[in-house]
Design a protein around this ligand. Sequence first.
Ligand code: PLZ
Length: 443
Amino acid sequence: MTALPQERKLVTAIPGPKSQELSARKSAAVADGVGVTLPVYITRAGGGVVEDVDGNRLIDFGSGIAVTSVGNSAEAVVRRAGAQLADFTHTCFMVTPYEGYVEVAEALNELTPGDHAKKTALFNSGAEAVENAVKIARSYTKRPAVVVFDHGYHGRTNLTMALTAKNMPYKEGFGPFAPEVYRVPLAYGFRWLTGPENAAEEAAAQAIDMITKQIGAEHVAAIVIEPIAGEGGFIEPAKGFLPRIAQFAKDNGIVFVADEIQTGFCRTGQWFACEDEGIVPDLITTAKGIAGGLPLAAVTGRAEIMDAAHAGGLGGTYGGNPVACAAALGAIETMKEQDLPAKARRIGEIMTARLTALQEKYPAVGEVRGRGAMIAVELVEPGTTTPDAALTGAVARACHAAGLVVLTCGTYGNVLRFLPPLVIGEDLLNEGLDIIEAAFAGV
Ligand code: PLZ
């Protein structure tokens, strides 16, 4: 098959007639609860482009929600996963194991922060990894409680819905939720009432006060936090907040879990986002970017914590599927060979410069934030912090119509987020930014 041309090309309206036909079939056949952001049906994707059934080529600033960092069909991923498919698709690692799983575990133990002895267990999805991190932390500490943060997102299973902050659409009508989950403030600088300069100090003090007074630190098994809150709005906690929380966990025998499912694997310009402030988590959850688009997730961490669960206590039929493991080894190979942390930093420089210029022109852009190739703009009523979700939706729709895949996020639905594949060409990146500028001018 010929390589997918790395250029935007619109030959119909977005979505085109064939996509609309498929949307009608989707409506008839797929549960309504499964929503779609941009109903163009994809036939091929790679680099920074997705091609649809009508022959349109769109620029991709979404990466399937931070997954296809190495592209949607990276050479090493296709080569390794293809070879594995031909050899065998499954045996179940818990029945008759295979080397690929062990190799992925070894790679994760080496790549994640900290030079202590580490171990890994593999799963299918991010939510499953988070659930297992909690199981492991409870097993190690023999304590029940789990502390999470405002604006946090950790998944859609019962426990991870409980860990997730936002009700609609994730939790509405789906309770009751798992008990022993406690939510504390996050240092969200842009929205911190006494000003961003006080956010780290005050949010950490409030969080620690709530933990000690309302739960009792000695009852807390784990503190689970995204180093940059993803679905919650690309909120980078004010500097100093994460180290204070991590230190508090350490002082109180609480397992500090960094949920790097969205931020991990080079996305923020480092292999893992918690490296930015030198945080060494006890456990780290990964998924998304780990395997170039195949479903794989992991919990990696201190060997003595990871080994706390009894033999047979962790697992699952498909966890660490051999094809997904081969894909992960291909993705990691690509990240190293193409120095994707550096690519992410370069993307961040270009995007931040251009979006900051946009902010000067449009006072609705309240803040430009994020790191590396995880960048967002928060839209507000000019001069206030009142969220403008309607404008956010309108800008996103204008981008879609012009052939750019963008996503929104945020507790208030007023954040436009950009997650281009790290392998995107700079010309496509700049063309995508041109479309965003034109969308602002148009709405
Ligand atoms: N933790 C930090 O970002 C997944 C969710 C998309 P799964 N984020 C995308 C949606 O609307 O369902 C995510 C995450 C963080 C956990 C998860 C959950 O990962 O692989 O979707 O289960």
